[in-house]
Design a protein around this ligand. Structure first.
Ligand SMILES: [Zn+2]
Length: 308
């Protein structure tokens, strides 16, 4: 067994306006940090439209596709922009997650990391927002459930922002437990503990600004991990944003690189106990290039240790 790394050079063709935090250099930094690691490297395929339709209505696909017809930049909201290469990048980002699920459930690898952009966890059913066009991790969950016949999939989203898109796409699906820890108050302003899904299948864990490592570890040990254990998932998906890092310019949770290694190890512990170690993780946020690279490498190295 091994750990797969799925990525594609098309993900570098999603070019955002100068000064935008979700920039091409993020993926370059992550890939440099993973250079030389003994990973099963896989070119991310393009998602099929049928994949996107597992989670989004056709009207949303049409909106994004039509935006892509414009030359130059087009803005879908104040911070979500598309360049000519954005549509291809978004399809690779979703395709990576779908392919990673196939590889992990097919027993080709124990776990996988998708080094892709744009991120996906803010994209709602019919709204591209927060740098995100399509809900990649939500599509991957639907793929595992509808096509592989799994009965229960858990998603853990440790990006510093609430995964409002993933929640919107999956809160009415009792086969999914969606857990998001995030700084509150912060963009996008949702993710209160009382938002718990149609079947109690959403768990929001807001954390105070500056609360740091101890509060995070306590919340995960006392709230998140017991909930995941009770749910008994057959696969664990991870929205791996690294913007809770102390160096990140967009938030103030003050996590360390060691915290990302810790949380990854504990997620792998759960996966070992519950679902034969099966974990598929995808890159979400993380905007300080050095902290992002260091944290993503720490995350992947733990996946590799546990996937060996
Ligand atoms: Zn984020």
């Amino acid at each position: 067994m091994a750990t797969a790394l799925l990525t594609h050079s098309d993900c570098l063709e999603h070019v955002t306006p100068r000064g935008h935090p979700e920039q091409v250099a993020r993926l370059d930094a992550v890939m440099r940090a993973l250079d030389g690691l003994d990973l099963k490297r896989v070119m991310a395929p393009l998602a099929a439209d049928d994949d996107l339709l597992l989670a989004h209505p056709k009207s949303h696909m049409d909106t994004v596709r039509n935006a892509a017809l414009h030359s130059g930049w087009i803005s879908l909201d104040a911070e979500t922009h598309m360049s000519p290469g954005s549509l291809g990048a978004a399809y690779r980002a979703v395709g990576a997650c779908v392919k990673a699920v196939d590889m992990v459930l097919g027993g080709e690898v124990k776990n996988a990391f998708c080094a892709v952009r744009p991120p996906g966890h803010h994209a709602e059913r019919e709204v591209a927002m927060g740098f995100c066009l399509f809900g990649s991790i939500a599509v991957a969950a639907k793929h595992a459930l509808d096509r592989h016949g799994l009965k229960r999939v858990a998603i853990i989203d440790f990006d510093v922002h609430h995964g409002n898109g993933t929640q919107d796409l999956l809160e009415d699906d009792a086969r999914v437990l969606f857990v998001s820890s995030h700084q509150m108050p912060l963009y996008p302003g949702t993710g209160y503990a009382h938002e718990d899904g149609a079947y109690g299948n959403v768990l929001n864990v807001p954390l105070d600004p500056m609360s740091g490592s101890a509060a995070m570890r306590s919340a995960y040990e006392n709230v998140v991990f017991p909930a995941v254990t009770s749910f008994r998932p057959e696969l664990i998906l991870v929205s791996a944003g690294f913007d809770a890092h102390a160096s990140d310019p967009l938030a103030q949770l003050n996590w360390t690189t060691a915290d990302f290694a810790w949380i990854t190890g504990r997620i792998c512990d759960l996966a070992d106990d519950l679902c034969e170690g099966r974990v598929v993780s995808t890159l979400e946020g993380g905007y300080d290039l050095d902290a992002l690279a260091e944290s993503a490498a720490a995350h992947v190295k733990i996946l590799m240790e546990r996937g060996a």
